[in-house]
Design a protein. Structure first.
Length: 101
């Protein structure tokens, strides 16, 4: 019964897929923008604490900025691939729970 429900609604889902993708893009962008601004302020106010840590923050800021720039544009295959690669390169341990909410 569930299979036939999905079969009947396939056309409706196909018509709405662009709206669904834009919604998910905006939700991910809302999550990444605070992370980007936090990293920018941390790097702007840091006093050469440690070279390795500074370098890691700069790398993460670059990947987050690339993701944000690609999420603001139209949804294309190339942009999704760039976002996927940047997401894989982003260290997840620096993403806090309060940023996700």
């Amino acid at each position: 019964a569930i299979q036939f429900t999905y079969y009947r609604k396939t056309n409706l889902v196909a018509e709405q897929i662009l709206h669904i993708q834009r919604y998910f893009q905006s939700q991910v962008l809302k999550t990444l923008e605070p992370i980007q601004s936090d990293l920018e302020t941390q790097l702007g106010t840091s006093q050469q604490g440690g070279f390795k840590q500074e370098e890691a923050k700069v790398d993460m800021l670059c990947t987050v900025r690339v993701m944000c720039d690609n999420l603001r544009g139209p949804n294309t295959l190339q942009r999704r691939q760039v976002i996927a690669v940047a997401w894989d390169l982003t260290p997840k341990r620096w993403i806090r729970e309060k940023d996700i909410e």
